[in-house]
Ligand binder design. Structure first.
Ligand code: ZN
Length: 339
């Protein structure tokens, strides 16, 4: 399947197509996001793009050449998928086998692509076996790890693979819903949908004053952390970002506090994604925070695709912790130490 034929995930497809055309694709990537949204399909499309025999457009594959057809049939010698066996795990032997193949030049294509589906099911030994290759990947290879539970990957694996995020609903779908059911002007709907991570409720929220205030606070913290300041300064930033107030407070005040941090985390997540788009020189038309373009360009100088990817991932962890009732202060303090 061609990249352009995949439904939804437009920002991700743009990011990948632009990076592929510029030859700036990292040799290993984690595709993370909800189950059943097409991450594997997109991985195969990417394998087709890098191996297509028709060089007319490097932004997509042709879908017709021998290589494209071979990949579509699951019969291309340079494109291998590893998935959990009967035990529900991916064992170390399976990984050693494919790593051996990666060491050789491609048979037919330009690049050997190994897709590890449900990568969170890799046993620890198998993940460790991957590390050396992730550190020094052969230039003719590409490793794509697909997972809906990226937090189950070892830190050492995640730190070597920029994470590409997939949302639940597509931006287009959200955009269409905003226009048809909520009567938003198309341009507003597009910007709101791009910031909503697949949720109509979030898209509607993104237009609110509270959200803009939260975003301002997120930009401020990113600016302050750009130069990687000391732990002490980070702690001060964490306290500020949490809007934590000392002393006893009512249940309602606590809820307001949590809600405030949740919104700031969401804004921070969209900023990290935008910074990734800018850092791979992607199409600025897909920025969720297009009104902050010059700010994003400035931030991308300090946050490359790896740092921004880690940032995104840590925001996710912070959101999970907050949902699990961790205190706002603990969550914000932790996060500002990680970014
Ligand atoms: Zn082709």
């Amino acid at each position: 399947m061609r990249l352009s034929e995949i439904r939804g995930h437009e920002p991700v497809r743009k990011l990948i197509a632009d990076a592929a055309a510029r030859g700036s694709l990292p040799p290993c990537l984690v595709f993370a996001g909800p189950e059943g949204v097409g991450k594997y399909q997109l991985a195969l499309a990417l394998a087709s793009v890098v191996n297509c025999e028709d060089d007319a457009s490097r932004l997509d594959c042709c879908g017709k050449c021998g290589s494209c057809r071979g990949i579509a049939r699951g019969a291309h010698p340079d494109v291998v998928t590893v998935a959990p066996g009967d035990t529900g795990k991916i064992k170390v032997d399976a990984i050693r086998d494919v790593l051996k193949q990666l060491a050789y030049r491609p048979f037919e294509g330009h690049r050997r692509v190994v897709v590890i589906n449900e990568a969170d099911r890799l046993v620890q030994d198998a993940q460790n076996a991957l590390l050396k290759t992730l550190e020094e990947p052969p230039s003719t290879s590409m490793l794509l790890l697909i997972t809906h539970r990226p937090n189950l990957l070892l830190d050492t694996v995640r730190s070597r693979c920029p994470q590409i995020r997939f949302g639940s609903l597509t931006t287009e779908e959200v955009e269409n819903i905003l226009v048809s059911q909520h009567e938003l002007p198309p341009a507003t709907a597009r910007a709101a949908a791009a910031a909503a991570d697949g949720s109509v409720a979030r898209a509607l929220e993104a237009g609110s004053g509270d959200y803009l205030e939260a975003r301002e606070s997120a930009v401020k913290v990113l600016r302050a952390l750009a130069t990687k300041p000391s732990a002490k300064i980070r702690l001060e930033l964490g306290t500020e970002f949490s809007s934590y107030q000392r002393g006893a407070k009512s249940a309602k005040a606590k809820t307001v506090e949590r809600e405030g941090l949740r919104l700031r985390l969401r804004a921070l997540g969209t900023l990290f994604r935008d910074v990734q788009v800018v850092s791979v020189k992607g199409d600025h038309g897909w920025l969720a925070n297009a009104d902050l373009e010059s700010e994003l360009v400035e931030l991308a100088k300090s946050y490359d695709i790896y740092r921004a990817g880690r940032g995104f991932e840590n925001v996710d962890r912070a959101v999970t912790a907050l949902t699990g009732n961790a205190s706002v202060k603990v969550v914000a303090d932790w996060l500002t130490q990680q970014i």
